[in-house]
Design a protein around this ligand. Structure first.
Ligand SMILES: [Mg+2]
Length: 339
């Protein structure tokens, strides 16, 4: 797209738009080829990066699931705490996490980047390609523009195969459903706290290289979407799911409101090295919260897929608006953009 400001005509060089796109294209196609050994990348008849729009073959004929998300420098990440490779990785994973929350595998992604002069697209592209390879999602297009701050927007398409349970929504939970999370919470918020402590001179830099601090920092920089877990939950007949991006308290409230149920939590699993507050309201966990009326099926599906056992945290009730943890009101803190 041609801008009306913020750029200038001139000779092509190492850092011009088309050279950068060619480098990213090679990287993304290489990541896709690794996932299709012996096959063409793109498959014959499909068109990926380089045309006006991408042409893809859907992996099955079921319902398509689409999500988009964006990361903004200074709002969603601090380049003092995360490398450009981390930012690229996370930018794709957070959108894949929304697809995973619907119980669906990601198939294709579009990536749009607005970046300041001097941005290292090799690093950013390596992170994006790493996440794409990790979750078998092919980056087939996008856009690139100059801007005062780095913004990375990703859009992901997934497909729920026909004949299987439909995509999970956050509105399907019923009174009596048990609530599970796919792992202990608070890791990302604790990792950010440790990084910020070190930056302010209050923390011990060398401790960041050892567990549990190293795990917490990694969870902040490189969250991994729970794709297999979401798929197992959907196939097991779970009623609802949501990914924990804003924090358990906030996302639980979203699920309860959308489903018209109340919630009684017994316990909140706190990750090693995190605080109870970070687990409840820290956000960016990217674990899944799942509601099911058939917990045995859910546990069997996770076992069958060789996944870590999900942790039961409470149940849904028929008292909409009543949200409690251990008998106390659920905290109200959550991540919120203000305009
Ligand atoms: Mg979400």
């Amino acid at each position: 797209m041609s801008p009306n400001s913020g750029s200038a005509p001139g000779p092509l060089g190492a850092s011009d738009e088309f050279t950068v796109i060619a480098g990213l294209r090679a990287r993304f196609e290489a990541a896709a080829a690794l996932r299709a050994p012996g096959g063409d990348a793109p498959p014959v008849g499909d068109i990926w990066i380089g045309d006006d729009a991408a042409v893809v073959t859907l992996p099955s004929s079921g319902r398509s699931v689409l999500a988009t998300d964006l990361l903004v420098g200074g709002v969603h990440f601090d380049e003092a705490y995360s490398s450009l490779e981390d930012v690229g990785y996370k930018a794709l994973m957070v959108t894949v996490s929304d697809i995973a929350a619907m119980g669906v595998r990601p198939a294709y992604a579009l990536v749009s980047v607005a970046a300041p002069p001097g941005t290292d697209f090799d690093l950013l592209g390596a992170g994006l390609a790493g996440a794409a390879g990790e979750c078998s999602c092919v980056i087939v297009g996008g856009d690139l523009a100059g801007a005062p701050v780095l913004v990375v927007s990703t859009a992901v398409l997934g497909v729920a195969e026909s004949g299987a349970p439909p995509p999970l929504s956050r509105g399907g939970a019923r009174p009596g459903d048990l609530l599970f999370v796919t792992g202990p919470l608070g890791r990302s918020a604790a990792g950010l706290r440790l990084l910020s402590d070190v930056a302010s001179g209050a923390g011990d830099d060398s401790a960041l290289a050892r567990p549990p601090a190293s795990d917490l920092v990694r969870a902040h920089r490189r969250p991994v979407a729970r794709v297999a877990e979401g798929e197992a939950a959907r196939r097991s007949g779970a009623n609802a799911a949501i990914d924990l991006s804003d924090g358990l308290a906030g996302d639980l409230r979203h699920l309860a409101e959308a489903s018209g149920v109340g919630v009684d939590l017994d316990v909140v699993p706190v990750a090693d090295g995190a605080t109870a507050e970070e687990a409840m309201t820290g956000g960016e966990d990217y674990e899944l919260l799942i509601a099911t009326g058939d917990p045995d099926e859910l546990l069997a599906a996770f076992r069958g897929a060789d996944l870590a056992t999900p942790l039961v945290i409470g149940r849904c009730t028929d008292h909409p608006g009543h949200l409690a943890v251990g008998g106390d009101p659920l905290p109200t803190g959550t991540w919120l953009h203000r305009f």
